[in-house]
Design a protein around this ligand. Structure first.
Ligand SMILES: *[C@@H]1O[C@H](CO)[C@@H](O)[C@H](O)[C@H]1NC(C)=O
Ligand SMILES: *[C@@H]1O[C@H](CO)[C@@H](O)[C@H](O)[C@H]1NC(C)=O
Ligand SMILES: *[C@@H]1O[C@H](CO)[C@@H](O)[C@H](O)[C@H]1NC(C)=O
Ligand SMILES: *[C@@H]1O[C@H](CO)[C@@H](O)[C@H](O)[C@H]1NC(C)=O
Ligand SMILES: *[C@@H]1O[C@H](CO)[C@@H](O)[C@H](O)[C@H]1NC(C)=O
Ligand SMILES: *[C@@H]1O[C@H](CO)[C@@H](O)[C@H](O)[C@H]1NC(C)=O
Ligand SMILES: *[C@@H]1O[C@H](CO)[C@@H](O)[C@H](O)[C@H]1NC(C)=O
Ligand SMILES: *[C@@H]1O[C@H](CO)[C@@H](O)[C@H](O)[C@H]1NC(C)=O
Ligand SMILES: *[C@@H]1O[C@H](CO)[C@@H](O)[C@H](O)[C@H]1NC(C)=O
Ligand SMILES: *[C@@H]1O[C@H](CO)[C@@H](O)[C@H](O)[C@H]1NC(C)=O
Ligand SMILES: *[C@@H]1O[C@H](CO)[C@@H](O)[C@H](O)[C@H]1NC(C)=O
Ligand SMILES: *[C@@H]1O[C@H](CO)[C@@H](O)[C@H](O)[C@H]1NC(C)=O
Length: 365
């Protein structure tokens, strides 16, 4: 693809009432584009532009986008974190993050998605999961072999990376959910109230996961110098059967849903009183980023409201204007903000406006 996203930082701030706010904070990290007062937008850089060439030119690291590259990056981050001496803050409860750290990684070879290293169960086992603001369920490949889930991956350099596979039997804190206790069970596969709660989730592009719902703990820590342990009881999908590109390098080691649905990890954290109903994700220009739960953002941040339909609780925002260099168009439409979709999709007339005005203003080949 010819486009690469850079310089975009987003904070989602969900208040507990009916007013749900989306907060977008833009960092002009490496471009000269100005965001006018009271407006915000995204910078798009051509794949071969200087900012992107700078980003891709990482020396002394394995090939950018490879799994080894991100293992090296998280290792480097852990070292930096070890030396971290940030001042501990005052009254407000500290935000939470994953016990393995708050890093998120954009992994091109795994479907151009943002991943995080999460740990679940007792003893704790870690998984490299995709972060998806477009769905609610957190599922892990579970009690499966390579015929129904992806158990390993061969990197471009030929190295084989084995993934951890979750097993309720191997975790002393896991409990199977029974059919009578969750609205998320598939009624067609619930012969009696006592049966295991079967779930099945189908995503765009014809991929799916199915299995049973279990309860276990997601290991979190406070995102401050104390790094206090917080074990969040959550419901997750034990994904016994994945189909489609889930078997082909897209979220091969599980998916963590972040939308407004009740079963999602942020909703669960808030419902259990472990933190406010908000989370933030920051996407850095080099593909690395941060996630934390209970971050309210800052007072200076720009905000826009969500239109929430309970039947499809995604982050639906209204866009009122598009600026492409000198061209300004007041076009109103809604769009969903979905970290689990790799590329931006726009309908006409928006698409035509952007492509025409972009092409008319580009002078270089
Ligand atoms: C995830 O974190 C664990 C614990 O720190 C570490 O052992 C593992 O290598 C990490 N996995 C990846 C893919 O970074
Ligand atoms: C979270 O990210 C910040 C950098 O923004 C880093 O200094 C801090 O150590 C990280 N905390 C954890 C728990 O990973
Ligand atoms: C995979 O697991 C299924 C069900 O447990 C089993 O029938 C099958 O033989 C296994 N296949 C391999 C290659 O291990
Ligand atoms: C799945 O695993 C079995 C047993 O380890 C192996 O023989 C087979 O080649 C694997 N299949 C794939 C598609 O990787
Ligand atoms: C888990 O444990 C139960 C009860 O001991 C057993 O029936 C089942 O086969 C085990 N499942 C796996 C995947 O080991
Ligand atoms: C569901 O059924 C299980 C097993 O029969 C029982 O222990 C549990 O209390 C029931 N839960 C609800 C909400 O009825
Ligand atoms: C969707 O996936 C199923 C199972 O993998 C396959 O049989 C079906 O043909 C696919 N449909 C489309 C529209 O790709
Ligand atoms: C896995 O799910 C697909 C799609 O629902 C289904 O066609 C297939 O039979 C399932 N495979 C197994 C082993 O359950
Ligand atoms: C989510 O939970 C709230 C409060 O418990 C409930 O009113 C609402 O109906 C639930 N929504 C869904 C989609 O289950
Ligand atoms: C975030 O805002 C909520 C409601 O306004 C408040 O209860 C909470 O303490 C705030 N959390 C942080 C970390 O500032
Ligand atoms: C977003 O909200 C608008 C109403 O404001 C609605 O027409 C549209 O269908 C919603 N989009 C999605 C994907 O839910
Ligand atoms: C973009 O702006 C230029 C210069 O003002 C103008 O000539 C052109 O018609 C505009 N294009 C569109 C699609 O509005």
């Amino acid at each position: 693809m010819a486009l690469a996203w850079t310089s975009t930082t987003s904070t989602y701030s969900l208040t507990s009432g009916s007013y749900l706010l989306l907060v977008l904070l833009l960092l002009g990290l490496n471009s000269g584009i100005c965001h006018g007062l009271g407006s915000f937008g995204f910078d798009i850089h051509h794949r071969f532009s200087d900012p992107v060439k700078q980003i891709l030119g990482f020396e002394g690291l394995p090939e950018k986008g490879s799994v080894e590259y991100y293992v090296a990056m998280t290792h480097q981050d852990s070292i930096i974190r070890g030396r971290h001496l940030a001042a501990s803050n005052n009254q407000s409860p500290a935000p939470l993050t994953f016990a393995n750290g708050n890093d998120t990684l954009l992994i091109n070879s795994l479907g151009f998605l943002y991943y995080a290293n999460v740990s679940v169960g007792t003893p704790s086992v870690s998984y490299l999961v995709a972060l998806d603001t477009g769905s609610d369920l957190f599922w892990l490949p579970c009690d499966c072999n390579n015929s129904t889930c992806e158990t390993s991956l061969q990197t471009s350099s030929g190295q084989v990376v084995n993934f951890n596979i979750y097993s309720p039997n191997a975790s002393s804190t896991s409990n199977k959910v029974s059919c009578n206790s969750s609205i998320y069970c598939d009624p067609n596969q619930c012969p009696s109230a006592k049966s295991d709660c079967a779930y099945s989730a189908v995503y765009l592009s014809n991929m799916s996961t199915s299995g049973i719902l279990v309860e276990d703990v997601l290991h979190l820590i406070t995102d401050d110098v104390q790094s206090k342990v917080v074990d969040a009881p959550i419901t997750l999908g034990c994904g016994k059967n994945e189909t489609g590109i889930f078997l082909n390098g897209f979220a091969p080691n599980g998916l963590l849903g972040l939308d407004l649905g009740n079963i999602s990890v942020p909703s669960t954290i808030a419902r259990k009183g472990l933190g406010p109903n908000s989370f933030s994700m920051c996407f850095g220009s080099d593909g690395t980023g941060r996630i934390n739960f209970g971050d309210n953002g800052t007072l200076e941040q720009k905000e826009t409201s969500f239109t929430v339909q309970p039947s499809f609780p995604v982050y639906n925002i209204s866009i009122t204007q598009i600026n492409v260099g000198v061209n300004v168009s007041k076009m109103e439409f809604t769009a969903i903000f979905d970290s689990g979709t790799s590329f931006t999709q726009l309908r006409d007339p928006v698409y035509t406006f952007i492509s025409k005005t972009f092409n008319s203003q580009v002078t270089e080949k």
